[in-house]
Design a protein around this ligand. Sequence first.
Ligand code: NDP
Length: 456
Amino acid sequence: MAPQGSQAELEFGGPLGAAALLLLLPATMFHLLLVARSGPARLLGPPPYLPELEELWSPWALLLCLTWLGLQAALYLLPARKVAEGQELKDKSRLRYPINDVGGSTGSLHTPPPSTPSIAATLCTREVAGVTLTNGLGQGFQALVLTALLVGLGVSAGLPLSALTEMLLPLAFAATLTAFIFSLLLYLKALVAPASALAPGGNSGNPIYDFFLGRELNPRICSFDFKYFCELRPGLIGWVLINLALLMQEAELRGSPSLAMWLVNGFQLLYVGDALWHEEAVLTTMDIIHDGFGFMLAFGDLAWVPFTYSLQAQFLLYHPEPLGLPLASVICLINAVGYYIFRGANSQKNTFRKNPSDPRVADLETISTATGRRLLVSGWWGMVRHPNYLGDLIMALAWSLPCGVSHLLPYFYLLYFTALLVHREARDEQQCLQKYGLAWHAYCRRVPYRIVPYIY
Ligand code: NDP
């Protein structure tokens, strides 16, 4: 049984902040969905109307949502060629995750095997380093490709994919309901989890706060890791599918998809494809190593990402935006610059964390910390303390620009994402300060800017 009342500092404004976000996040999502299809498309201001329950609730939408989750879970359970180890946990064990076989990446991912491998580990949750998995699992990029094949087959057999665009409201409602019930089950599961399985935050003893943040760090049933699955599969692939449905609907309405719609679809497909191709990188993110799995991540992964990240494509369906080739080329260039920084920074850190002697990072300057882990102070990580956030924000701008500048609505993602990353950077800074102490201060002196060189 897990102990109550962790002394960890409360985040997100404590229980009151968590309660407000519990309501505010779904309300914002529905507001955006309603506003995107309205004529004036005003981001700031009341929604065009308040939908009746019949418009939100549809058993078919719930069935579709659960079928989608089932399909993605089935793809996750397909045999994997590679398995990667996560970061070391409180009890010194490491979880293992199915991943893409990119450039033999796991070969260097070995950590010293523990002295006493668990016998049960071959079958269930806490598998320690050096233990071979007996049941293989699927891979993210493979799931994207197989889903694309299935959808392609379905569409050529007459599946009306564009009809999805008429169901966005009930689908978002079904996804929210699913995320809520799922988080409740995760919360109950965490009540009987061992103390070593709990997240650093999320076990304050206040049920609302803990339900929101998530009590257990990596809830699993046997090898099925719920957080890892939700972070990368149903929401991200669902986002791409919704975008595609909007593109097809535009083609039906106007004869062909607009250049702006192609750009938004292309950029976001690149982002999702990249995340799934480099899925191993998620194992060192704050979501996996620090945050518990509760409503915040479950709602974010299952509802917020697919329904609000597709906002630009939704906007374009109802508010067509003419875009010339010269401007489109400039926007492509902005996206390419953002992607170059984002991918370069993330890959550099991941390569360094996996193997600091890798020739690609061996020449970079570093500083030592008392934990034995070193910090990069040259290369991308010598430019600002979060170069990956900078690249991500530049891409966010490129996703909004095809929608023109007449409305603020398509820039919602850029605004929200800026706030999220500034807040996330502050949280990470706190965690790094706790981990590295004086060495972190030295890093901050050496690399004074957080996200944008010479500005922030
Ligand atoms: P990061 O990948 O930025 O990782 C932060 C960690 O990196 C730190 O805790 C520290 O951990 C390590 N680190 C920091 N500085 C250094 C250094 N100089 N040298 C070596 N290691 C260092 O974390 P996030 O999870 O926040 O972001 C991952 C990616 O996901 C980013 O590209 C971000 O933009 C993106 N993202 C996208 C979202 C979306 O909705 N689209 C939402 C959130 C994130 P340690 O030392 O323990 O290794």
